[in-house]
Design a binder for this molecule. Structure first.
Ligand SMILES: Nc1ncnc2c1ncn2[C@@H]1O[C@H](COP(=O)(O)OP(=O)(O)OP(=O)(O)O)[C@@H](O)[C@H]1O
Ligand SMILES: [Mg+2]
Length: 257
């Protein structure tokens, strides 16, 4: 198989006594779509933060295209080709959609006019071109999620890490978002996604990794994993599955205030 795009070697993150991520290893190859699922508090977002540099691991190593990147800050990892969205998106609400995306484009292209053209092309790609001049604060939730994807795309990533980018969307918006991601995947983008909506996991991912209380407890095809007793136990076992549900299985919504 080709060289891994992303390799995580027994990464851990401890917050005082809490093992938020506990010796998790992972390989993502170019062109793959890998989903990470797990109950609320399983350590999924913390794991992402170790990959994109918002947090330093307590132990373990992260490699991107064979290069050790533990020492690199987030912007340097973004330049290498790691794009991500955040569970709690923070667009600059007073700026327009276009300006928000231009900020990402600037990291790659210094001249204003080039950054503007690139940003416009990205907005086109995610279906937001007609809202380019709208203030980010005036966008709907679903439009804001697209904007979040657009901001990450403006950095021309090789891999996109999406942290619950579907949370709070209605069924038809989820369908449109899956279409968008499938289109980007067809153009060569690799995906690592945290997703609570198991319909999305089934429809979109080639491989699923399950985290529970910081540990990697299962990995396999979407069908195998979503039918696995260990996974069902992790969600339903002892009342730490979180609130809400999807129409696929009782599972947390992932929604945050
Ligand atoms: N900065 C921090 N300081 C202390 N504890 C933290 C910190 N960040 C996360 N935690 C704790 O680490 C654990 C994992 O949190 P994390 O946000 O990674 O879970 P998650 O799987 O993303 O959950 P959710 O599905 O609710 O988004 C939780 O118990 C959380 O309270
Ligand atoms: Mg999270």
């Amino acid at each position: 198989m080709s060289q891994a795009m992303l390799q995580v070697k027994t990464a851990s993150k401890h917050f005082l006594g809490l093992k938020a991520v506990d010796e998790v290893s992972l390989l993502v190859h170019p062109g793959e779509i890998v989903s990470i699922i797990g109950p609320n508090g399983a350590g999924k977002t913390t794991f992402f933060n170790l990959l994109t540099g918002q947090l330093a691991p307590t132990s373990g190593e992260v490699l991107f295209e064979g290069q050790a990147i533990n020492h690199l800050p987030p912007h340097a990892r973004a330049r290498l080709g790691m794009g991500r969205t955040f569970q709690i998106s923070k667009p600059l609400i007073a700026l327009t959609a276009l300006e928000n995306v231009m900020i990402g484009a600037f990291l790659r292209d210094a001249p204003l006019s080039v950054a503007r053209d690139k940003a416009m092309a990205v907005l086109e790609k995610v279906g937001l071109a007609r809202l380019a001049m709208r203030r980010a604060g005036d966008l709907t939730l679903s439009e804001r999620r697209r904007l979040e994807v657009a901001r990450a795309l403006a950095l021309q990533p090789k891999i996109m890490l999406l942290d619950e980018v579907m949370a709070g969307l209605n069924q038809s918006e989820v369908g449109q978002a899956i279409e968008l991601l499938q289109g980007l995947h067809a153009q060569g983008l690799t995906f690592l996604i945290i997703e609570h909506n198991l319909k999305v996991v089934r429809a979109f991912s080639e491989r699923v990794v399950v985290l529970d209380r910081g540990r990697h407890i299962a990995e396999g095809s979407a069908d195998d994993i979503l039918n696995s007793p260990a996974v069902i136990q992790a969600y339903l076992g002892d009342g730490h599955m979180g609130k809400g549900g999807t129409d696929v299985q009782p599972i947390s919504t992932g929604a945050r205030p």
